[in-house]
Design a protein around this ligand. Structure first.
Ligand SMILES: [Zn+2]
Length: 113
């Protein structure tokens, strides 16, 4: 049986639903998987709710191929639970905070290890 998690899913203007969704597949070589601890609601999320789609792609995104229903919440913190085979600067257990428009910050309990 597939594992699920709760997510706030944008379906359309004024239609956001908290749903059970599948836990993502293990990360690809250049990706990490993060267990979210805290997630904020950004002003852009509010605009997507009130008047979207604005940034949510309505045609396949050129990088991801994603369009349509979207899990909101791009400002969050959490813990790295898996890393891809090519990832060298982030480790399982690292604590992260993320803001998708700039970069990510990694904090280790024992810096420099
Ligand atoms: Zn934001």
């Amino acid at each position: 049986m597939a594992q699920t998690m709760k997510a706030a899913v944008w379906h359309g203007k004024k239609d956001i639903r908290v749903e059970d969704v599948a836990v993502p597949a293990p990360p690809k070589a250049d990706e990490v998987q993060i267990e979210v601890s805290y997630c904020g609601i950004c002003g852009s999320d509010l605009h997507e709710y009130l008047a979207g789609p604005i940034f949510i792609p309505t045609a396949p995104h050129p990088l991801t191929g994603h369009s349509g229903k979207t899990i909101l919440g791009h400002e969050f913190s959490g813990k790295v639970v898996a890393v891809g085979s090519a990832v060298t600067n982030v480790r399982v257990g690292d604590l992260i905070e993320h803001e998708s428009h700039t970069d990510a910050r990694v904090e280790r309990e024992s810096p420099g290890e």
